[in-house]
Design a protein around this ligand. Structure first.
Ligand SMILES: Cc1ncc(COP(=O)(O)O)c(C=O)c1O
Length: 441
C-alpha cells in the first residue's frame, strides 16, 4: 500500500508538458485545469502521471471514483459485460442489467414507497429529467433552487445552478420559472443566527418573500436542493433546514428534489446524504460515484410521480449496459465496507483538520460528513474575509508535494478522496496540507 507521494520530475514532467501543449491547441478552452496533472494509471487512492510521478488522490475525479481507481471487481464486471454486448439502448429495448440496477436503486434510495428510475449519463441530465418530471407530474412550471448550488450546465439545470457567475455568463436568457433563495450556510448564516438554536429562519426568504411576493405556492412544481452543497463549498446545513423544506413542499404539493450527484453513493458515510437529515425526498438525482467512473446517472422518483407516458423522456446511451454492470458492482462494494470506511476515515480526517484549525488561523471552518469534508479559509476569523488567493496557492503547493486536491466555492478546500483511502494515506494528505499552510499563512 503506497502511503506517500513520489515526485520524480519537475511538474509538469516532459511527457505531461507535451500532452498539455497538444490539448491547448485542440481541446475546448472552457475546462478549468487547476494544475498540470496528466493521468497514466491509478489504483485505489493512488494515481501516477505520464512521467511516473506518484500522487495521492484527494479529488477522486471530482468525487466520482468512490471505489478507487480501477477497482478490480468493477473492472471485471465491465469486462464481463463488454464480452456480451456493449449497447442496446434501454429506450427501445430491454436488458437485464438496467432492470437489476433499477431494482437495486429502489432498495437503497431514501424515497418512501415504490420507486422507479430513469437513466441518463451525467449529473446535469439527471437534474434535467427531475425538472421535467416535476413539471410534468405537478402540471406547474416554477422551481425554487438555492444560491451557491451547482446542478449542471445544460440549459435547464443551468437555470438552477448559481455557483459561479462565469457558469451562466453569456448563456442567457435562462429557462424561466426559476427562483433562488439563500442556502443554509451556517458558517455565514444569511440571517445571523447560530445553528445550535436556529429553526432554519433562512427559509423565511422562501416562505415570506418568494412565495408571497413572487410566485404562488400552487404554481411551484418543486424545490431543488443539494443536501450538502458541493461546488458551493462543501456546506453542511442544519438538520432542521431540510426537515422544514420537506414540510413546506409536502404542505404545498411541491416535489422535494434532492440532488445527490456529489453527496450520494456512500461519500458521506451513508448511501445518501439525505439520510443524515432524516428526510425522504420525492425525487433523488444521482451520478458521479454511482458507476465508479463510467458515465451514468439516475433520476429516482416515487413510482406514482414517475408515471409519464412512453416517449415523454428518454436517452440513447442513458443507463448503458457497461455502466449498469459497473454500478451494480459499485453498490455491492459500498455496502460491503466502503461506506463504513468513509465514515471512519472521514471522522479521523475531520479530527485532524480541527487540530490544524487550532494552530492555523487561516482555517475558519471545518465541516463535512464522511469523506465529503471542506475546510474554509479566511484571512480573519472575525470578519471571515475569504482567503481566495491563499486557497488557490494551497492547492498548488499540495500538488507540487504530490496531492491532487480541488477547491470548492470561493475559498474552501474539498477533501473528497476515493472512499477506499486509508488512515495512513489521509494522514499524509493532512501533513502535506500543513506544509502548505506553513508557506501560505
Ligand atoms: C451536486 C451536483 N449536481 C450536478 C452536477 C453536474 O454533474 P455533471 O457534471 O455530471 O453533469 C454536479 C457536478 O459537479 C454536482 O456536484
Amino acid at each position: 500500500m503506497i502511503t506517500k507521494p513520489d515526485i520524480k520530475t519537475a511538474l509538469p514532467g516532459p511527457k505531461a508538458a507535451a500532452i498539455i501543449a497538444r490539448d491547448a491547441k485542440r481541446v475546448s478552452t472552457s475546462y478549468t485545469r487547476e494544475y498540470p496533472f496528466v493521468m497514466a494509471k491509478g489504483e485505489g487512492a493512488v494515481v501516477e502521471d505520464v512521467d511516473g510521478n506518484v500522487f495521492l488522490d484527494c479529488a477522486a475525479g471530482i468525487a466520482v471514483t468512490g471505489t478507487g481507481h480501477s477497482h478490480p471487481d468493477v473492472v471485471k464486471a465491465i469486462v464481463d459485460q463488454a464480452h456480451q454486448y456493449l449497447h442496446m439502448s434501454g429506450t427501445d429495448f430491454y436488458y437485464e442489467p438496467q432492470v437489476a440496477l433499477a431494482e437495486a436503486i429502489a432498495g437503497i434510495v431514501p424515497i418512501d414507497g415504490e420507486v422507479r428510475s430513469f437513466f441518463g449519463n451525467s449529473g446535469t441530465e439527471a437534474n434535467e429529467a427531475a425538472l421535467k418530471l416535476a413539471r410534468y407530474s405537478t402540471k406547474r412550471v416554477n422551481v425554487i433552487a438555492f444560491l451557491g448550488s451547482f446542478h449542471g450546465r445544460t440549459l435547464g439545470s443551468l437555470a438552477a445552478t448559481s455557483s459561479r457567475a462565469i457558469q451562466r455568463r453569456g448563456f442567457g436568457p435562462m429557462m424561466p420559472g426559476m427562483f433562488h433563495a439563500p442556502y443554509a450556510n451556517c458558517y455565514r448564516c444569511p440571517v445571523g443566527l447560530k445553528p445550535e438554536t436556529c429553526q432554519a429562519e433562512c427559509l423565511g426568504f422562501v416562505e415570506e418573500q418568494i412565495l408571497v411576493h413572487l410566485v404562488s405556492p400552487d404554481e411551484v412544481a418543486g424545490i431543488l436542493v443539494e443536501p450538502i452543497q458541493g461546488e458551493g463549498g462543501y456546506v453542511v446545513p442544519a438538520k432542521v433546514f431540510h426537515q422544514r423544506l420537506r414540510e413546506l413542499t409536502a404542505t404545498h404539493g411541491m416535489m422535494l428534489i434532492m440532488d445527490e450527484v456529489q453527496s450520494g453513493m456512500g461519500r458521506t458515510g451513508k448511501m445518501f446524504a439525505a439520510e443524515h437529515f432524516g428526510v425522504k425526498p420525492d425525487i433523488v438525482t444521482i451520478a458521479k460515484g454511482i458507476a465508479s467512473g463510467l458515465p451514468l446517472s439516475v433520476t429516482a422518483a416515487r413510482a406514482d410521480v414517475m408515471n409519464w407516458p412512453p416517449g415523454a423522456h428518454a436517452s440513447t446511451f442513458g443507463g448503458n449496459p457497461l455502466s449498469c454492470a459497473a454500478a451494480l458492482e459499485t453498490i455491492k462494494i459500498l455496502q460491503n465496507g466502503l461506506m463504513k470506511n468513509a465514515e471512519t476515515v472521514g471522522a479521523h480526517l475531520v479530527d485532524r483538520l480541527l487540530a490544524l484549525k487550532e494552530k492555523y488561523p487561516l482555517i475558519g471552518d471545518v465541516r463535512g460528513k464522511g469523506l465529503m469534508v471542506g475546510a474554509e479559509l479566511v484571512r480573519d476569523r472575525v470578519t471571515k474575509e475569504r482567503a481566495t488567493t491563499e486557497r488557490d496557492r494551497i492547492v498548488q503547493e499540495m500538488f507540487k508535494r504530490g496531492v491532487l486536491i480541488l477547491g470548492a466555492g470561493r475559498n474552501a478546500l474539498r477533501f473528497a478522496p476515493p472512499l477506499v483511502i486509508t488512515t495512513a494515506q489521509i494522514d499524509t494528505i493532512v501533513d502535506i496540507f500543513e506544509d502548505a499552510l506553513k508557506i501560505v499563512k
